[in-house]
Design a protein around this ligand. Structure first.
Ligand code: HEC
Length: 176
């Protein structure tokens, strides 16, 4: 009986001893790093608040597209124009896109092209031209998918943001 206990304790101890000296595990990337390595798109560095803001804007862009499609189905040109206005070009929109793209050369240009293209939807709605609304909507969606194919968000801390944007070109809208 005692012998068995001793044996049991020994087995337990050796198991512990084995666990205490595990073979060095290969350095696995964190899940976030693993994803980042798979996603080969160019990174747009953003501070956490900007990244959140960008995603909020994006979800509203999709909502605007949803409203445009529903308004086209209802032949409601005023509603098409109103929804398209949310994704159209404005000085304020341009400033925001310039800020978002400050650490990613080329991003802002694509963003501004998107908003200018979306202006075509509102213009077609003012002409009450249903076919042209759809053509312009298609062209706009192409700017959405083109940008998504090229860029991914990268959330960075303040020192990194400062470093990456130190050499940013001046705001093309003339604002800061
Ligand atoms: C200039 C670039 C650009 C354009 C144009 C653009 N997006 Fe995005 N969008 C992004 C980026 C960058 C992300 C983040 C992608 C990532 O990190 O995976 C994003 C993410 C999104 C998301 C996900 C939001 C979330 O909550 O995660 C939606 C939805 C979206 N975009 C919709 C649209 C729609 C609809 C349009 C056009 C009407 C559009 N976007 C145009 C750059 C763009």
């Amino acid at each position: 009986m005692i012998a068995m206990r001793v044996l049991g304790a020994l087995a337990f101890l050796t198991a512990c001893a084995r666990e205490a000296t595990p073979a060095p595990a290969p350095a696995a990337p964190s899940p976030a790093d693993a994803l980042d390595q798979m996603d080969t798109r160019t990174a747009v560095p953003l501070l956490p608040m900007m990244a959140n803001h960008q995603k909020q804007n994006m979800r509203d862009h999709l909502l605007a597209v949803q409203e445009i499609v529903a308004a086209v189905a209802a032949d409601d040109f005023a509603a098409i124009e109103k929804a398209a206005g949310r994704i159209g070009y404005s000085q304020q929109m341009a400033q925001m896109c310039t800020h978002m793209g400050a650490g990613a050369p080329g991003f802002t240009e694509q963003a501004l092209t998107f908003h200018r293209t979306a202006d075509g939807i509102a213009a077609a709605a003012r002409e009450r031209n249903r076919g042209r609304v759809l053509v312009e909507l298609g062209a706009t969606l192409q700017t959405c998918t083109g940008c998504h194919a090229a860029w991914k968000q990268r959330v960075v801390d303040d020192p990194t943001w400062q470093r990456l944007t130190a050499s940013a070109p001046p705001d093309p809208t003339g604002h800061h």
